[in-house]
Write a protein that binds this ligand. Structure first.
Ligand code: NAD
Length: 362
């Protein structure tokens, strides 16, 4: 097993270091190789995704990724900005399925802005298609309008598009994921106004016939945004396109209170994957040793389960995380009165201790 480790920028280096210590505590045999990505790679090599980093990622079974970005790169031309590294990795590795579980841990029920009864026990999975939709459709650009409400004015345009194989493969991923959970899929679309999403809905319905044991329903994206805050526990697996998934997965993330707790996985058709926390590089707290490493540690657990075929090791990490929360240990982002505030390193120590069954201190 080979893991490409790409810590990136900001808190990325701090949180990935803890995830690596947790992986090492499992006593599995795997090889890791670390490379620069994002702003750090731009500084060293003049590009956020250097050839050598891409080669390493392609050859590995999985990529453990921290986060990239810093406001100081905002003025760079778009192709050189740190965030382009993620798009480049997705494209080159063919990562089309993004998994974002939103789980509310019993001990963190008060961290959410929603009423505890709405989110206690929440366990939903948002599956976002990653390679198509309006984010990549061509043509796109700026021009002078020839028609519309203001002919002759400057205008900008993008193209929303999905092909049949793209919708079919993400639908299969969703139904198969639902089979391992509560056997319900909600496909989110905007079929009432968008041709692309009527097409999406028709294809998801067709694919659904191959999974008679999984219940399928369809929901418009505006309603889904409302239902996620009104009755989030009604969902099991939500599958949607790239843009709606981008927005809904962040909304789902915040249901649980802290983005510092949420892992994610992006997979291709051979289960090679990129695993990263759902948050960014948090330049405001970088270098202070206060970032929550649990989202990255839980991403490493997803990596063991989905790409490295080590489900028991994944379970051990997830149980260790529950254990440290039950111990009352909290980083600043999830701290509340009556719990013990710890830094990034101490949180990593506690998870390692829970895995190796040593006494937890501090
Ligand atoms: P962010 O997710 O980095 O931070 C948002 C807020 O959440 C900040 O207050 C931050 O301190 C806090 N936060 C985030 N992760 C945390 C953690 N593990 N522990 C405790 N607190 C945490 O989003 P942002 O501030 O909008 O963006 C900062 C940079 O990150 C930008 O350059 C952005 O482009 C980049 N970004 C990268 C990714 C990625 O690498 N996948 C994703 C989103 C944003």
């Amino acid at each position: 097993m080979k893991i490409a480790v790409l810590p990136g920028d900001g808190i990325g280096t701090e949180i990935v270091a803890e995830a690596l210590r947790v992986l090492e505590a499992l006593d599995l045999s795997f090889e890791t190789e670390t490379a620069l990505v994002g702003g750090a790679a731009y500084e060293a090599h003049g590009h956020p995704l250097p050839e050598s980093t891409l080669k390493l990622a392609k050859e590995a079974d999985a990529v453990l990724f921290g986060a990239v970005g810093d406001w100081k790169y905002d003025k760079l031309e778009r192709s050189l900005r740190p965030e382009q590294a993620i798009l480049g990795l997705r494209k080159n590795l063919g990562l089309f399925a993004n998994f974002r579980p939103a789980i509310c841990y019993e001990q963190l029920v008060d961290a959410s802005s929603l009423k505890p009864e709405l989110i206690a026990g929440l366990d939903i999975l948002i599956i976002r298609e990653l390679t198509g939709d309006i984010y990549f459709g061509q043509p796109r650009g700026r021009r002078t309008a020839v028609d519309g409400h203001f002919p002759g004015a400057d205008e900008a345009f993008d193209t929303m598009r999905y092909s049949r194989p793209e919708v079919e493969r993400i639908a299969h991923v969703a139904f198969q994921a639902a089979r391992k959970r509560n056997k319900r899929v909600t496909s989110v679309d905007k079929a009432n106004v968008l041709e692309t999403f009527q097409f999406w809905k028709d294809i998801v319905t067709e694919v659904g016939k191959e999974y008679p044991d999984v219940e399928l329903d369809h929901m418009y994206v505006d309603n889904a945004a409302m239902q996620l805050v009104k009755a989030p526990k009604k969902f099991d697996v939500v599958v949607t396109g790239n843009m709606f998934g981008d927005i809904l997965s962040d909304e789902a993330a915040m249901l649980t209170g802290s983005i510092g707790m949420l892992p994610s996985a992006s997979l291709n058709s051979s289960n090679q994957g990129l695993y990263e926390p759902s948050h960014g590089s948090a330049p405001d707290i970088a270098g202070k040793g206060v970032a929550n490493p649990l989202a990255t540690i839980l991403s490493a657990a997803m990596m063991l389960r989905f790409s490295l075929n080590q489900p028991e090791a994944a379970d051990r990490i997830e149980s260790a995380v529950k254990h440290v929360l039950a111990q009352g240990l909290r980083t600043a982002d999830i701290w509340s009165a009556g719990t013990t505030k710890v830094g990034t390193r101490e949180m990593g120590d506690a998870v390692v201790a829970a895995i190796t069954k040593k006494t937890i201190t501090g």
